[in-house]
Write a protein that binds this ligand. Structure first.
Ligand SMILES: Nc1ncnc2c1ncn2[C@@H]1O[C@H](COP(=O)(O)OP(=O)(O)OP(=O)(O)O)[C@@H](O)[C@H]1O
Length: 303
């Protein structure tokens, strides 16, 4: 897969204050990428630079082979953006909003609007006022709006903010769908890590204006999560203090033991041993989350 975005040694200052420091990364065409970092890390600034809305102080960028410094207009024509402020007209219907924006993008096509409304399961609500929609429905219309002109890249700034868990999983479902059906490359900024765990192919971790780590989840897990915490639901009642056949554990409530293992290789022998002595209803690794990795990378132990 070719790179659709290439960023090399970007510096950005605002009022002589360095905000982005030597930022380099690349993004593969057709992939879903998470740009993760706390508030103020510089995520939105990166999106604005990539779209040519602001210029870098130093460094080079290529977006779809174009230079955002010179070709911002062309990049914005070929990219879709969803920001936190949905900028939909509340006193207009979903249909009229999409017609209005498609005319602005010079991409008016009623078939495309119908197709997007169908894709986001909003066709039955097309004539209702956007102001009456739930936050989740508004997000779906914002996504449809950003896709009207069939962009090659979709930039999403905190797409799940303000949504309840159901709304979050529905947005994630639609993003998977859009990525597959429209072959659009996606870059999502977020500070809420666990929501992106099942969505992204690769991650960029940004802290105080620097990329402190990048990669796919499996590589990052192998690098940062050396120990494994395994929560086992079992009838086992070990007699010996804090070890069971050499495996360290803690009691975590009725029928729940948390084992601390040196590696995943120890899981099978441990479970075999327990099954010899008792029943097992479930076992789950509890520290292999994006959040755990993030805290390890940032050097902060949250456990
Ligand atoms: N136009 C501007 N002028 C001056 N400072 C700015 C400007 N835009 C952003 N900043 C500063 O740059 C830093 C990074 O901001 P940015 O919005 O990129 O962070 P972020 O990671 O997107 O944060 P959040 O999660 O809060 O949206 C912040 O300290 C912010 O105050």
């Amino acid at each position: 897969m070719a790179n659709i975005i290439e960023v090399e040694n970007i510096q950005k200052e605002f009022n002589r204050k360095p905000i982005l420091k030597d930022v380099s990364f690349s993004i593969k065409e057709g992939s879903i990428n998470g740009l993760l970092g706390p508030n103020g890390a510089g995520k939105t600034t990166i999106i604005r630079l990539l779209n040519g809305v602001i210029n870098a102080t130093d460094g080079d960028m290529k977006v779809m082979g174009l230079d955002p410094r010179k070709d911002g207009d062309e990049i914005r024509k070929r990219a879709g953006i969803v920001t936190e402020s949905a900028s939909l007209y509340h006193d207009m219907s979903a249909w009229d909003n999409l017609v209005f924006y498609s005319k602005i993008y010079n991409a008016y096509d009623p078939k495309r609007i119908t197709q997007l409304l169908e894709q986001f399961e909003m066709l039955p609500f097309k004539d209702q006022l956007v102001g009456l929609f739930s936050t989740g429905m508004k997000k779906r219309i914002s996504l449809a709006k950003a896709l009207l002109h069939k962009p090659k890249i979709l930039f999403l700034d905190e797409p799940t903010n303000g949504l309840d868990p159901e709304g979050i999983s529905s947005v994630i479902h639609y993003l998977h769908k859009v990525n597959e059906e429209e072959k659009v490359t996606i870059l999502i900024c977020s500070h809420v890590l666990h929501q992106l765990e099942d969505l992204c192919d690769s991650y960029l971790f940004l802290k105080e204006g620097r990329i402190i780590e990048k990669g796919i989840l499996r590589e990052l897990e192998d690098k940062y999560l050396t120990d494994v915490r395994l929560l086992v639901e079992t009838g086992l009642r070990p007699q010996e203090g804090s070890h069971y056949n050499g495996f360290a554990y803690e009691v975590k409530g009725t029928n729940k033991l948390e084992f601390l293992l040196d590696s995943k290789d120890e899981i099978a022998p441990l479970l075999r041993q327990i099954l010899n002595d008792s029943w097992v209803h479930s076992s789950v690794i509890i520290n292999r989350s994006l959040e755990s990795i993030y805290f390890k990378i940032g050097g902060i132990d949250h456990e």
